[in-house]
Write a protein that binds this ligand. Structure first.
Ligand SMILES: CC(=O)SCCNC(=O)CCNC(=O)[C@H](O)C(C)(C)COP(=O)(O)OP(=O)(O)OC[C@H]1O[C@@H](n2cnc3c(N)ncnc32)[C@H](O)[C@@H]1OP(=O)(O)O
Ligand SMILES: O=CC(=O)O
Ligand SMILES: [Mg+2]
Length: 526
């Protein structure tokens, strides 16, 4: 039996989550799966080295049969057949209630991009999710406002997103080493809620982030199979929607669905991490892979079109749901102009997705639910989804997915300053325990912050010339960082700002590109 120790501090109601039985289950998951997870993280490095050497990625010859043979994923359970609007958000108690009252079909309960993995957040998120299943979610704000899920609110299916394979959970030590964040988030949620969800006509449903290969999907499938057996739950009860949000995974969409076919619900076009992954993967591949300012890269850039078109085609060929992604524009209830812009931008984004054949999409804020709903209602009519649109005309080649050079847009000083400003502000928020923040009326989370810092790294290391003629160097970035620190001094507490600036410098200017900013950031939180 594994030796499982809780090293994290006291969190209210932690004893309900960290029961002896639940910890034993986590121990079993780690004994069986942690070593494979380590091997797969190593394999990521080898694949990236190969791409660096050849300057290319391609579809895998060894899995050709998977792509050409006839198979489909398992049929959708009743409460996952209509996914036209999914609201995403952290598992914080008030937001959880607001999400369940939002009118969305699905709540993506996020322990990943939108969450700082403070021990407090990790445990209280599990408490809130367990209360949500049991209809016990209530909250009173410090101002005395009472929150509860409305009796007349339409039912919302909860899909939880655990951390990616790379993140450790050092507040739990298993056989002398930090636990695997993904196994902790999944394991605790599944152990406490799978049966309760089934009793209520739903099931244990997950979004799986940041995978880079079908072998990583196979590992999740093995975890699900074991977990189902161990709790005496029918095989295939778990349903997983996989985010295609890394560039290597875009070349393995079919294989990922195939590995998970008995547990798969669909794929999601996670555009922000996808851009980050593309920059990361080809950061030293020369000018053809250097993107313009982040705000200039839209979903209509040729390489982004290729990605979403391939995703819809792949999903519907296999009868899996194709889920759209996040437009970053956020309404502001105190500013009608900002709200109008956000609604217009989100409307355009969701319209494109609905026209392309997506079955539904994400929104970041309750006030965006009606826009997404209206657009998909109009497209779907009486149908719950558009799985029947097989998009057979779509033909996407490897070169199309990598056609970054055709992206219109400039590299500007404003773009550089914005990357530094947003990166620092976001890191300060993340360090303070808020993994999602509205910054300059845009939603920022771990994925968007990764773009900011990796773009700065790429521009420095490729000696990019800005539209004003200036060359991006480490010294220029340090100067901008100092100026940004001075500008933010009135807005962010000094200690947090110092750590955020130091961290931004560490992840944007390091000689060796840090794989994820959340890894060094995690070292800097309690
Ligand atoms: C790349 C990706 O992975 S995208 C997915 C991950 N990212 C996310 O999930 C981000 C989700 N969105 C959010 O976290 C928030 O909308 C933010 C941080 C962007 C903005 O939040 P705020 O500044 O609080 O927005 P605002 O003040 O307009 O909120 C108004 C109300 O809506 C609620 N609200 C806002 N967003 C959400 C949400 N996503 N879910 C539930 N409730 C929400 C707020 O709690 C607030 O409630 P209250 O009036 O009862 O206090
Ligand atoms: O998780 C979603 C993304 O865009 O990243
Ligand atoms: Mg993401």
């Amino acid at each position: 039996m594994a030796d499982v120790r809780v090293l994290g501090g006291k969190v209210d109601r932690a004893e309900e989550v960290l029961t002896d039985d639940a910890l034993a289950f986590l121990g079993e998951l780690h004994e069986r799966f942690a070593a494979t997870r380590d091997e797969l993280l190593e394999a990521r490095k080898a694949r990236r080295e190969e791409a660096k050497r050849t300057g290319k990625l391609g579809f895998l010859p060894e899995t050709d049969k998977v792509r050409t043979s006839d198979w489909q994923v398992a049929p959708a359970p009743a409460d996952l057949t209509d996914r036209r609007v999914e609201i995403t958000g952290p598992t914080e108690r008030k937001m959880a209630i607001n999400a369940l009252n939002s009118g969305a079909k699905v709540w993506l309960a996020d322990m990943e991009d939108a969450n700082t993995p403070h021990w407090q957040n990790v445990i209280s998120g599990q408490v809130n999710l367990a209360d949500a299943v049991r209809g016990k979610l209530e909250f009173t704000s410090p101002e005395g406002k009472h929150y509860a899920v409305r009796a007349d609110a339409p039912p919302v299916t909860v899909v939880m997103r655990p951390r990616g394979w790379h993140l450790p959970e050092r507040h739990l030590e298993i056989d002398g080493r930090p636990a695997v964040g993904a196994l902790v988030d999944f394991g605790l949620h599944f152990f406490h809620n799978a049966k309760a969800l089934l009793e209520r006509g739903s099931g244990p449903y997950y979004y799986l982030p940041k995978m880079e290969s079908h072998r990583e999907a196979r590992l999740w499938n093995d975890v699900f199979t074991y977990a189902e057996e161990r709790l005496g739950i029918e095989h295939g009860t778990v349903r997983a929607t996989v985010l295609i949000e890394t560039i290597p995974a875009a070349f393995e969409m079919e294989e990922i669905l195939y590995e998970l076919r008995e547990h798969a619900s669909g794929l999601n076009a996670g555009r922000w991490d996808y851009l980050f992954s593309l920059i990361k993967y080809f950061r030293d591949a020369g000018a053809d892979f250097v993107l313009p300012d982040r705000n200039a890269v839209t979903m209509t850039a040729p390489f982004m079109r290729a990605y979403t078109e391939l995703l819809v085609r792949t999903c519907h060929k296999r009868h899996a749901f194709a889920m759209g992604g996040m437009a970053a524009f956020i309404p502001n209830r105190r500013d009608p102009e900002v709200t109008k812009t956000a609604l217009d931008k989100v409307r355009q984004d969701k319209q494109r997705e609905a026209n392309d054949g997506f079955d539904g999409s994400w929104v970041a804020h309750p006030d965006l639910v009606p826009v997404c709903q209206e657009i998909f209602d109009a497209k779907l009519g009486d149908r719950p989804n558009q799985l029947n649109r097989t998009r057979e005309e779509v033909a996407v080649a490897a070169e199309d997915l990598l056609n970054v050079a055709a992206t219109p847009g400039e590299k500007t000083e404003a773009g550089l300053r914005s990357a530094v400003d947003v990166g620092v502000r976001y890191l300060a928020s993340w360090l303070g325990g808020n993994g999602a923040a509205a910054i300059h009326n845009l939603m920022e989370d771990a994925a968007t912050a990764e773009i900011s810092r990796s773009q700065v790294w790429q521009w420095v290391n490729n000696g990019v010339q800005l539209s004003n003629g200036e060359t991006v160097t480490a010294d220029l970035v340090r100067k901008v960082l100092d100026e940004t620190r001075a500008e933010l001094a009135e807005q962010i507490p000094a200690e947090q700002l110092d750590t955020a600036c130091e961290l931004f410098g560490a992840v944007a200017l390091a000689d060796d590109f840090p794989d994820f900013l959340t890894l060094p950031a995690y070292e800097r939180i309690d």
